[in-house]
Design a protein around this ligand. Sequence first.
Ligand code: ADP
Length: 638
Amino acid sequence: MTQAHILVAISDQQITFLLERVLKSAGYSIRLQENPASIQRTVELNPPTLIILGETVGSASGMEIAAALLRRFPAIPVLLFISQESPALLKQALQLGVSDTFCLPLRTDDILKAVQASLDKAQQRKDWVLLESRRATAGLQRQISEMQTLAELARTINSSLDLDIVLQAVVEAAVKLTNADEGSLLLVDDVTGELYMRASRNFQDEFARTFRIPIQDTLAGSVVRSGQPVLMDENTPQKIKTSYLVQSLVYVPLRVHQSVIGVLGIDNRAKKIPFKDHDVQLLSALAEFASIAIVNASRFSDTSAERNKLGTILAKIQDGVIVFDQDQRLVLVNQMAAGAFKLDDASLAGQPLQDVFTHPDLLALVDSGSKTMTNRAEIAVEDGRIFSAQITPIAGVGAAVTMHDITNLKKLDRIKSDFVSTVSHDLRSPLTAILGYVELIERAGPVNELQRDFVHRVQTSVHNITHLVDDLVELGRIESGFDSRKEPVHLEQLIPLVVDQLKKQMDDKHQTLLLEVPEVLPPVFANPVQLRQMVENLLENASKYTHPGGIVTVHATLEDQQIILRFIDNGIGIPQVDLPFIFDKFYRASNANNEMSGTGLGLSIVRSIVEAHQGRIWVESQPDEGSTFTVVLPVIQE
Ligand code: ADP
């Protein structure tokens, strides 16, 4: 026992001295206090085990000080020394709650007895309070420990996708919380319709592994059938069919979407302590946990099966697929794409796209794809294959690039172009011969009107064919990159030359041509013949597809190191359905009638020229309102 500290506050010096001597020699530690005003504070700062007060302390009344101290510190016993015993004083002291009084003559024995008795009583009171509070908080403590076990279980469920671990944790928590001998989690086997033990605590391994009971005629089965919990002990007037002997038991159903899929149970095999309703409630809460875990696990296995299926499809398809997130980090690269860019098999997920891919065309596509909605590009890879790649934004993911191998199509296209250009080339000489001879007919002798008319028709037709052949030869030349000689070209000088050349044709149709070209423009690095052809084709079209009296405008500006050319007319326009194909070879819009002669090759030539100069071209048009062809060409960088 620790040493008792006694605070002594008595005015009478002699008594103080006496008490100090007696108590010290009995082993108590003593503190003397003379100033009545600071007693409270001293007690507060360093609480003594016992206080002895005189009838007077300094100038104050000991009784009043005792009253104040007992109010503040009811657990510290106070002894009062009174010089003369009087029933009135004793009664007052008793009413205040003073533990004991003593008076003159002072005998060592009396003092020590009074002090010890007070200390003993105080200790008893303290022990009793402690015991009572423990008893009162025991329920609370149990609840806290239950909550802690449940919280721990919830953590296990959240952190583990392994159903075995979670169900084992549920059964263990059930046994721990209910203080049961054994616990088990039985599930209905969908195939046999029996109950088997999925998790257990304190059952022998072999027993748990081989345990199987039917749903009919068993207690656990009755819980599955009724969906109601059961609580049983030896007094329950029913034979407990558990296939093992127990004193008492609780079974609660495991529910998933309204149907019962199993049973969570606890039992006391040896202990003769029955279970209570509270145990049923606890077990039901745990059964909820188990059900949630079972649902989660089945969802997870469904999703992972789906994901595996999708993954296999993506990996095996013959098109390349690259998926990346908003921060341009890779999510997926399938086999085909990895093979095309010669990537290792190592997992690429999470790596920045720029670190994995170096192909400039792919990076340019990704770059443009993040700005516009969708975009396409042709990508030629190292092994000679050519892919048509398309980038598509995917909400919530990022974007996907899909790549389709068009090597064979490109080869066919080239064969076709080569064939066409060879044939056209070979057609030229016979056509020239035909024209020459037709012209000679008239010179060779007189021809009648009808013959002259026939000759003219032949001439016009041959002219048309020659025109077509010229266009084809020209297109073949540009596409094959032949004559790709380039030099600085000043568009502000080139455009007026073409305009002059077309002036007569436009004057004949009474059309107005507005030239909105700055006096000075930075040069573009280009093939002058081809650029001239491009402007010529676009201007010719603008005039050809515009009614007499219409207006054609050529507009040029410099923006961001690019020259933007616009050929604007207020002519017949192009129907919406034709717009996507207008640059294709031999394509003529549905509103271009036969009087407006043409081969459908002019715009194909224009597009090939623009692309050969790293430019872009597009058209905006409204039928009966007019068309605007826009060409963007990069200027020579300093
Ligand atoms: P064409 O020899 O038929 O003019 P192009 O390739 O130059 O061939 O043009 C293809 C088609 O585009 C034309 O047949 C015409 O239908 C349409 N087209 C071209 N330019 C214009 C324009 N400025 N206004 C209306 N339609 C146009």
